[in-house]
Write a protein that binds this ligand. Structure first.
Ligand code: NAD
Ligand code: UDP
Ligand code: UDP
Length: 343
């Protein structure tokens, strides 16, 4: 499919016609793909809050209108139900490309669709960026490091990824997305930015998306035991969502292509995470052990010196401070769910 090379005159796009926002900066028109999801909706809050126009593209696979409903009456906000696997024509200045299921349960549900989203979706958004001269930011993942043999992981590490495993649709999909971004950058001069995001948590995560923080928090609120997979000695580093949003915006606004690790270097075993959840949410919480999933990385921790030095960014919110901030959102949604069931 080759989109017609027509020139729209919506007043957006890199060709100008934008409205001034306060002093010294033009209002930007920004696309956020996957903007109805967990991270995307927090990013949209930030971009609208600073005065820009935002167009969200989302197919609602894992995203929800509820995450954005507070913007529906804002004339600077637009929500388009669209699948990024299909081409789309828009005139914009920046593209934050987040569309892709992020939880292992969701991305393994239809692996072919996941890889199509990563490859064809990213190709379409890069094609769009090239056509309108927009800056393009890819949300890649720490999963590109696979089960890492280097610890902590620096951006220079090439990773240890199984190309034929159950997680490959996501890991290898994101690796291909990074390749596409670099090829559009080198070959077509597209201004790209690549973020490698480490495990992130916060309000608006899907209640049952299978990720460890949302599982443990929801299980504890429901008075169910926390399910620890394997021996619970595997590690992850957990970043609060507002720190990630700050990092994504800093990366977009800076001059460096990346890739940049965006994560919180605080490293926890799953057993330690369960202890923290117990401490901050409910001291009577219990755990139960379940078999682990295939190809589960044994450890993961970002080296963020590059982002610190070049983006002047580092996370501010520790796990103990961040966890309580998602509890009221989870409690309210669990309560609504129970009321819906007539409980
Ligand atoms: P999420 O599942 O909450 O959000 C993804 C959004 O993309 C959803 O709104 C979903 O409906 C939408 N989407 C999925 N496929 C689509 C398609 N084909 N067309 C249009 N929309 C589509 O996940 P999230 O945690 O907000 O993650 C956002 C991005 O950040 C993802 O690209 C993910 O890979 C990346 N990331 C997240 C984490 C994390 O811990 N949250 C870690 C690493 C990378
Ligand atoms: N594309 C799109 N919107 C645009 C421009 C391109 O969705 O505004 C899609 C286009 O359909 C193609 C992909 O992006 O599938 C790559 O576009 P590009 O122009 O780089 O490649 P070509 O169309 O020449 O293969
Ligand atoms: N995990 C767990 N209990 C759960 C969900 C996940 O112990 O209920 C473990 C999982 O095996 C993995 C870690 O938590 O070692 C992080 O899993 P998650 O799905 O959150 O993210 P990812 O594997 O993508 O880092």
């Amino acid at each position: 499919y080759t989109p017609p090379r027509m020139s729209f005159n919506y007043g957006g796009g890199s060709r100008g016609g934008r409205v001034p926002v306060g002093l010294g900066r033009k209002r930007l028109r920004i696309v956020v793909t996957g903007g109805a999801g967990f991270v995307g909706s927090h990013l949209v809050d930030k971009l609208l809050g600073r005065g820009d126009e935002v167009i969200v593209i989302d197919n609602f696979f894992t995203g929800r209108k509820e995450n954005l409903v507070h913007h529906f009456s804002n004339p600077r906000f637009e929500l388009i139900r669209h699948d990024v696997v299909e081409p789309i024509l828009l005139e914009v200045d920046q593209i934050y490309h987040l569309a892709c299921p992020a939880s292992p349960v969701h991305y393994k549900y239809n692996p072919v669709k996941t890889i199509k989203t990563n490859v064809m979706g990213t190709l379409n958004m890069l094609g769009l960026a090239k056509r309108v001269g927009a800056r393009f930011l890819l949300t890649s993942t720490s999963e590109v490091y696979g089960d890492p043999l280097e610890h902590p992981q620096k951006e220079t590490y090439w990773g240890n990824v199984n190309p034929i495993g159950e997680r490959s649709c996501y890991d290898e999909g994101k690796r291909t997305a990074e390749t596409l971004a670099m090829d559009y950058h080198r070959g077509a001069g597209v201004e790209v930015r690549i973020a490698r995001i480490f495990n992130t948590y916060g309000p608006r995560m899907c209640l049952d998306d299978g990720r460890v923080v949302s599982n443990f928090v929801a299980q504890t609120i429901r008075k169910h035991p926390m399910t620890v997979y394997g021996d619970g000695k595997q590690t992850r580093s957990f970043q609060y969502v507002s720190d990630l949003v700050e990092g994504l915006v800093a990366l977009m606004e800076n001059d460096h292509v990346g890739p940049f690790n965006l994560g919180n270097p605080g490293e926890f075993t799953m057993l330690e995470l369960a202890e923290v959840v117990k401490e901050v949410i409910d001291p009577s919480a219990t755990i139960e052990f379940k078999p682990n999933t295939a190809d589960d990385p044994h450890k993961r921790k970002p080296d963020i010196s590059k982002a610190k030095e070049l983006l002047n960014w580092e996370p501010k919110i520790s796990l103990r401070d961040g966890l309580p901030r998602m509890v009221s959102d989870f409690r309210n949604r669990i309560l609504n769910e129970d009321e819906g069931k007539g409980l």
